[in-house]
Design a protein around this ligand. Structure first.
Ligand code: HAM
Length: 432
């Protein structure tokens, strides 16, 4: 037999890595609860047609696509938003709005494997469906800020823009949607010279090329100032001015509600996915060039999938990338000790008693291990501490004579001499 390896771009997660991923996932779940988002589970496989409709040319080319045995063209999901839009267009069509939907799971993209870029990765994804109001956009920004702060990341920064500004200009210039999308892809890849060159090829007016040249350079950390500059540049472009006003409302709400995060507002910012119609954003930490999360408003997708016209805004966070950012910033996991017990017999002849005691804890529903390595108490305790085990039960000769054990609370570094029943009750009574 050959030596088997994981398929290129796929990873095994050993306990420590798995723990980090689950830690971020848990923080994402907490954030969902806090902001009123309910979890749904959608399939990993979807029809290629659904996933590719507005995925954008780059993502479309990177999908894992195959024909199933029934001859259907299927793809592994590269993101959640298309699946959720499908659900809202069909099964959830008549559900009262707004819907706040959360999901978490693995996604697949045939990206070139490199730091923070994997072919299988995990996202926590939130969609707020049914509102076109700026406060809905702000909710998505606020929950992203909450999640990133709650895992302990520092110095992160939001990059914010609005696709309606540039699309508005291009529409007024008579440039059709498909060609606009091509321009947005060039902007997404920061191919600014090529963007301007392509505009000329599309027969855009001189004014348009000049405006885009200025917008590409327009960015800054003071939202009010950037908005003022953009306003000057887009004079005479009505739809672009309306989009800017929408962005301004969102930025003012963020500012006035004192949610408080650092940001750069960029007029020429675009994202690879084609469904965005409004505010877009990404989040970065200074230690990494790649985004730890990104999202935006997409008001036309649900309708495109046959649903009622339904505005929506959402975000996905890269769980792998947040875990990597935590590593880079040496962020400790805030772990409460687990309600778990390690039973250690102090003498060879107390082994049978120890096995019986472990069994009593398990019957009470408390996960319990027994020391099977014959290590000294201090070695066994060190190991338990490292693995976040909350309690140790020492089965000691003197105490056993009185029918008692020593219960050590490893978080508080306290110990009590108790009967087995008392020890069980004391652990069960602790609120986690
Ligand atoms: P996205 O920007 O394609 O947006 O992905 C969101 C996040 O997923 C990225 O910021 C990154 O952290 C993570 N990610 C993407 N590709 C990879 C990869 N190859 N390896 C590791 N992490 C990756 C979306 O997926 C949209 N559906 C977001 C959205 C939701 N927009 C509206 N609602």
């Amino acid at each position: 037999m050959p030596t088997f390896k994981t398929v290129r771009g796929m990873r095994d997660f050993l306990p420590e890595e798995a723990e980090k991923m689950r830690y971020v996932e848990e923080a994402a779940r907490e954030t969902a609860k806090l902001y009123g988002f309910e979890e749904i589970i959608t399939p990993v496989l979807e029809s290629y047609e659904l996933l590719s409709a507005k995925a954008g040319e780059e993502l479309r080319e990177r999908m894992y696509v195959f024909e199933d045995l029934g001859g259907r063209k299927i793809a592994l999901r590269p993101e959640f938003t298309a699946s959720i839009a499908r659900l809202v267009a069909t099964t959830l069509r008549n559900y009262p709005k707004p819907l706040r939907l959360f999901c978490v799971g693995s996604l697949y993209r045939y990206d070139e494997p490199q730091f923070g870029r994997y072919r299988e990765f995990w996202q926590s994804n939130y969609e707020l469906i049914g509102s076109d109001k700026p406060e809905a956009d702000v909710e998505i920004l606020a929950l992203t800020n909450h999640l990133v702060a709650s895992v302990g990341l520092k110095h992160y920064k939001f990059k914010i823009g609005h696709v309606g500004i540039i699309r508005g200009i291009l529409s007024q210039e008579g440039i059709k949607e498909e060609k606009q999308t091509h321009i947005m892809h060039l902007l997404d890849k920061k191919e600014w010279n090529q963007t301007l060159q392509t505009l000329k090829e599309f027969k855009a007016s001189r004014k348009c090329v000049k405006t885009l040249t200025q917008l590409i350079k327009t960015r800054g950390e003071n939202p009010a100032e950037v908005v003022k500059t953009i306003k000057r540049h887009v004079e005479g472009y009505e739809a672009a001015a309306t989009a800017l006003e929408n962005l301004n409302q969102i930025l003012c709400l963020v500012e006035e509600s004192k949610i408080g995060f650092d940001m750069t507002v960029e007029a020429g910012f675009a994202r690879g996915l084609d469904y965005y119609t409004g505010m877009i954003f990404e989040v970065f930490v200074p230690e990494m060039k790649i985004a730890i999360g990104g999202g935006g408003r997409y008001d036309k997708l649900i309708q495109l999938f046959g649903g009622e016209p339904t505005p929506a805004v959402g975000v996905a966070h890269g769980i792998d990338r947040i875990a990597l950012a935590m590593e880079k910033q040496k962020t400790p996991l805030k772990k409460p000790k687990e309600k778990k017990v390690l039973v250690i017999p102090l003498k060879e002849e107390l082994k049978t008693r120890a096995i019986g005691i472990a069994s009593a804890f398990r019957k009470a529903g408390i996960p319990t291990e027994i020391e099977v390595m014959g290590r000294t108490v201090s070695r066994a305790l060190q190991d338990a501490d490292r693995r976040n085990v909350g309690y140790a039960v020492l089965v000691a000769p003197k105490e056993m004579e009185k029918g008692k054990i020593i219960l050590k609370n490893l978080a508080k570094r306290e110990q009590q001499v108790l009967t087995v029943e008392e020890a069980i009750q004391s652990i069960l009574n602790v609120k986690t």
